[in-house]
Ligand binder design. Structure first.
Ligand code: S3P
Length: 441
């Protein structure tokens, strides 16, 4: 089967309702936390994507019992510091930064030597950001200049740490929180604002955690060695996956879409607020609480009218995975949009700030990009009538899916490579696109 798709036509207007796959951040956290419990933990609507399957496969290698069926996943963990495995075990995190970084937090006490590896894209990403703070617990990490592969040797005598997380990275914060779970005493983290799923899960499990919220950062205090109770969880839909359909609807005049059961955790809602500021008609209904998380149904209407934005940087962390899509919205705006302090975007599965600029160049939208900012000269009459080829060298799922949304929104004749990349985060993406009536080859 070919690993590209061809799109030759814009999508026609639609009026539909969609269900989106489960949240990736919550799926990975559910599995990792369940592995630390001695009780049976069950999840439904777990995202069965490659990143989550890599998580389950790493846990199995560490001796954890995992049962997967179509509707449920069951984990019987080994308790704190309970992993059982042979010396020199190799764990493969595949494409997943979240898995690769968070699992290191659970390995600061590993008795036998371990090696963490990943695919080509993950092997280009920075791990020093987690091995540095985790090293302070007493574990030893030997890496390839801060990159994978990493050899890990845990410690028997870990001590709690004080850590300042200054990138706004939930992966760094969570890795340290996971290490703190296994360490006697109180670990204190001062963290710039980032997604707070780990904190909410710790609170739901009644683990000893205190979170003091300040304007720009949070102080998080975690006391370790508390037994982890059973964690049964129904994973809500991922706002980062829903975002592809939100943007497609916003760019398709006279369309309407309802997306059900979406996780609207405020630390993930940057895309919602940025699009609202840009004039997109989007609202949330049926807001409810689920085990500390907020869930709602989203309704989006396509008017075709977009305003430019000087994007407030306070949204950067809560929209970090959606900027490629937000840039497409800016491409259609009447005026110039500006996004800054976004150097973290180049730390993702591929350098996404560069990719944002590349996609805009391909669709004929003037932009100026630096290492941390982009200025986009929107064109409300944007229309493409030529061939566009997207070679997705690092197989970045969000580059592939964003290109599909651009093709369906703006027209032209597209050939987009690396279709299989969707399997890392959103395996049913193309099926959902077809449900809305698009023609794909
Ligand atoms: C994630 C955090 C973010 C995000 C990633 C998932 C998480 O990364 O980009 O897709 O689940 O913690 P950073 O923490 O590096 O910003």
């Amino acid at each position: 089967m070919s690993n590209f798709i061809k799109i030759k036509n814009k999508i026609n207007k639609f009026n539909k309702s969609l269900l989106i796959d489960g949240d990736k951040s919550l799926s990975i956290r559910w599995a990792l936390l369940s592995s630390q419990s001695l009780k049976k933990c069950k999840s439904s609507n777990l995202l069965y994507s490659e990143d989550v399957l890599s998580t389950l496969s790493c846990l199995k290698k560490l001796g954890v019992k995992v049962k997967i069926s179509k509707n449920f996943c069951e984990i019987i963990g080994l308790g704190l510091n309970g992993f059982k495995y042979k010396n020199n075990l190799i764990l493969n995190a595949g494409n997943s930064g979240t898995l690769g970084r968070l699992i290191l937090g659970l390995l600061v006490h590993s008795k036998n030597n371990l090696k963490l590896i990943g695919d080509k894209s993950l092997s280009k990403r920075d791990f020093l950001r987690v091995t540095k703070p985790l090293g302070k617990f007493g574990a030893k990490f030997v890496s390839n200049h801060g990159k994978l592969p990493i050899n890990i040797k845990g410690t028997d005598f870990s001590k709690p740490i004080k850590y300042y997380e200054n990138k706004g990275s939930a992966q760094c914060k969570s890795a340290v929180m996971f290490a703190a779970l296994n360490t006697f005493g109180e670990t204190v983290i001062k963290a710039r604002k980032s997604r707070d799923h780990s904190e909410l899960l710790f609170k739901y499990l009644k683990l000893p955690i205190k979170v003091i919220k300040r304007k720009k950062y949070d102080i998080i205090k975690v006391k370790g060695k508390h037994k982890i109770p059973s964690l049964n969880y129904k994973i809500p839909a991922d706002i980062s996956s829903a975002a592809f359909f939100i943007v497609l609807t916003a760019l398709t005049k006279d369309s309407k879409l309802t997306i059900k059961n979406v996780n609207i955790n405020p630390s993930r809602m940057g895309v919602f607020y940025i699009l609202k500021l840009m004039g997109v008609k989007i609202s949330k209904i049926n807001i409810r609480n689920y085990k500390g998380e907020k869930i709602a149904d989203l309704i989006i209407r396509g008017t075709g009218k977009i305003k430019p934005i000087n994007c407030p940087t306070r949204f950067n962390s809560s929209a970090i995975d959606e900027f490629l899509l937000i840039f497409l919205i800016a491409a259609k705006a009447k005026g110039v949009s500006y996004f800054k302090n976004l150097s973290e975007l180049n730390q993702k599965e591929s350098p996404r700030l560069k990719w944002g600029s590349k996609i805009l160049n391909k669709i004929g939208i003037k932009n100026t990009v630096t290492k941390s900012s982009i200025k986009i000269y929107g064109n409300p009459n944007i229309k493409i009538d030529r061939r566009i080829i997207i070679k997705n060298f690092l197989k970045d799922h969000r580059v592939f899916m964003t290109s599909v949304i651009a093709a369906l929104s703006f027209g032209g004749e597209w050939q987009i490579f690396d279709k299989s990349s969707i399997n890392t985060s959103f395996p049913s993406f193309l099926k959902k696109i077809e449900q809305l009536g698009a023609n794909l080859e």
